[in-house]
Write a protein that binds this ligand. Structure first.
Ligand code: ADP
Ligand code: MG
Length: 169
């Protein structure tokens, strides 16, 4: 008998062994997300959060190169087609947490956009109880190593029946 959706854990773990694979993972993620989704990326500097977001942007078919938003906190990439825009947020420089996030009017675009937040933990959870959490860990401490362990967790009803296993490619 199938477990009820609420009891099922929407979580998958993947091993990624190169930047190209991380980008591919982002492309596959694009097939799972839709307008209104919040994706929270965590992992140390250089883990591959922006690389993953780049693939996501490609998969969604949005305009503009996804880069580390060094001088801006958030960047909007409009769709080149009919899909939702990608809002890419780098919360690293947000000192004030949610107060500052609200100034970005993120909650306004949330229903229409796919929002990806780097470094959002402890800052943007209130934006959406339902969210996809992507945690990227270096498999070994060595910063020259390309192996990453990626844990994707779907929180809330939205993700209860999502096919996260499709991310394995
Ligand atoms: N498996 C991997 N996945 C993603 N990036 C990797 C991987 N292995 C090495 N890298 C390198 O690590 C860096 C990741 O940078 P970036 O995506 O900007 O990280 P973050 O946004 O988490 O700080 C890039 O220079 C990339 O080429
Ligand atoms: Mg980054």
């Amino acid at each position: 008998m199938e477990a009820p959706a609420a009891a099922r854990k929407a979580e998958t773990e993947l091993t990624v062994t190169s930047p190209e694979q991380m980008r591919d993972l982002g492309r596959r993620l694009a097939a799972l997300v839709r307008a209104g989704d919040l994706v929270m990326l965590s992992g140390e500097l250089g883990a591959g959060k922006t690389t993953l977001t780049r693939g996501l942007g490609e998969g969604l078919g949005v305009r503009g190169a996804v880069t580390s938003p060094t001088f801006v906190i958030a960047r909007v990439h409009p769709s080149l087609g009919e899909g939702p825009p990608l809002v890419h947020v780098d919360a690293y420089r947000l000192g004030g947490g949610l107060d500052e996030m609200e100034d970005l009017d993120l909650d306004v675009s949330l229903p229409e956009s796919v929002i990806v937040v780097e470094w959002g933990e402890g800052k943007v959870e209130e934006l959406a109880e339902e969210r996809l959490q992507v945690r990227i860990h270096r498999a070994v401490g060595d910063t020259t190593d390309e192996v990453r362990q990626v844990t994707v967790t779907g929180l809330g009803e939205r993700w209860a029946s999502a096919d996260l296993d499709a991310l394995a490619g």
